[in-house]
Design a protein around this ligand. Structure first.
Ligand code: PFF
Length: 454
């Protein structure tokens, strides 16, 4: 078992909320949510997603934070400590560590794209380009093994430096400054986007009653994304909760994190879709949406070069505060369960994740990885990892967490942990009801449906 100094603790409660919101708010909100909303036709998809966040995500977020705080351990140790040792529940912890590995391996590729775009903005290479030229820039990057590998390695290096420095000095200090900056940058972009001709159509697209492109797979995607965006189902919130002070209000913290995360996701849509529609670009532009949309909008403005540098740099920071939490899960496992020093744990896990990311980095280059395997998977590596982790591993991990807290955790401990430090104790029954009934049943239906059983 690691000592407290090796584990660390948040400096303040606000620090916890900001760091956890830093984990939640990331590429999922600004890169992924708008593009999957585009692919699933807007409207109803957004509504289903909001329902998943409120009714499934938030109860599980509270459950994870409470588990971490009660056990003072990261996922594997927490499940081991709170159930009988050797019990199968420990596998829920291992599933989390595995999911963190998989997610970070491709997350870092997209973060690398943001680094590349920061660099292109600084050098002026994006200025004054029309929509076709902007599209070509993304296409070139997507297909280039060298660029993808270079930026991926650099981003993983950055992530390792922060996790290496530990919970308080590394993670919390960065999140305190960078989170609010990202929020302000998005608001500023919104002010600009409100007067674009595409703003009305964008509002209608995101909030109107559109269901044309909605399929059964969309429901699984909305569910999976609610886990991805809130950093749930793999123990990131559980790990952060283990550094939370024992008298803090975990219920309010969950609500604050959920609200912030949702606000940023919707804000990102309200920035990107007006640009998309004003420039005659397709809403279903796929993973390139933000990387094409922002340069298209900012390229025309007087300070476009500066603004797009700021935007992409902040996107890198938002990605960094999330990547840190992913690496922290795997690192904390080695610290807690194997007694490794933080630095060695960071170095080893970070390097392994970086290596696992190589196939994803090469996904766009058909020359290297056009092999039969990608065809057999029906997707390229990058998409396959994303699909596997977001749509299956995270929801499964979340469901196990809900079942564990709902049925297996000692009832007195569960109630005491929920009520301690919160002013929202009256929500206890509703929370437990959601964890016990709605979450498992609802999710089982979505899983069965996605598997074609229903
Ligand atoms: N929530 C992050 C995002 O939306 O970008 C991604 C993420 C971070 C997922 C941490 C899972 C996680 F544990």
């Amino acid at each position: 078992m690691a000592d407290a100094a090796e584990r660390g603790q948040w400096h303040s409660r606000l620090g916890f909320v900001l760091a956890a919101a830093g984990s939640a708010v990331g590429l999922g909100n600004i890169w992924k949510f708008p593009y999957i909303t585009g692919e699933n036709g807007g409207g109803f998809f957004v509504l289903i997603y909001l329902g998943c966040v409120a009714l499934v995500g938030l109860p599980i977020m509270t459950a994870e934070i409470l588990l971490g705080r009660a056990a003072q351990r990261s996922p594997v140790g927490a499940f081991r400590k709170l159930s009988a040792s050797g019990s199968p529940w420990v596998s829920a912890g291992f599933l989390g560590v595995a999911a963190a590995f998989v997610i970070l391996s491709y997350y870092s590729i997209v973060a690398g794209w943001a680094l590349h775009y920061t660099w292109l903005s600084i050098s002026g290479a994006l200025s004054g380009k029309d929509s076709e030229a902007v599209g070509a820039v993304f296409g070139e990057l997507y297909q280039s093994p060298g660029l993808n590998l270079f930026w991926h390695a650099l981003f993983m290096g950055l992530t390792m430096v922060v996790v290496w420095s530990g919970v308080q000095r590394g993670i919390e200090r960065w999140a305190r400054v960078l989170m609010p900056a990202m929020f302000i940058a998005l608001l500023a972009m919104l002010v600009y986007c409100v007067q674009l001709p595409g703003f009305g159509p964008a509002l209608d697209f995101v909030f109107g009653a559109h269901s044309e492109k909605l399929t059964a797979a969309s429901v699984l995607e909305a569910l999976g994304h609610s886990f991805f965006t809130l950093s749930l189902g793999m123990g990131a919130m559980l790990t952060y909760g283990s550094y939370f002070d024992r008298e803090g209000d975990a219920v309010k913290a969950s609500l604050a994190i959920g609200l912030l995360d949702t606000a940023v996701a919707l804000l990102a849509c309200m920035v990107l879709f007006p640009i998309t529609f004003s420039h005659g670009m397709e809403a279903a532009a796929g993973p390139g949406l933000v990387f094409k949309g922002i340069p298209m909008a900012l390229g025309e403005l007087p300070f476009g070069r500066l603004l797009s540098t700021i935007f992409f740099a902040l996107l890198v920071f938002a990605a960094l505060t999330s990547a840190i939490s992913l690496l922290e899960v795997t690192t904390a496992y080695l610290i807690d369960e194997r007694g490794w020093p933080r630095r060695r744990a960071t170095l080893v896990t970070g390097t392994l994740v970086a290596l696992l990311g190589v196939p994803s980095a090469l996904s766009g280059s058909s020359a290297l990885f056009g092999s039969g395997l990608q065809e057999r998977l029906g997707r390229n590596w990058f998409d396959f990892f994303d699909y596997l982790a977001s749509n299956w591993m995270l929801p499964l991990g979340g469901m196990l967490t809900a079942l564990f807290v709902g049925y297996r955790l000692d009832a007195a401990l569960r109630q005491e942990e929920f009520l301690r430090g919160t002013t929202l104790g009256s929500l206890y029954r509703a929370w437990l009801g959601l964890l016990r009934y709605l979450v498992p049943v609802g999710m089982a239906l979505v899983f069965l449906n996605a598997l074609g059983v229903l």
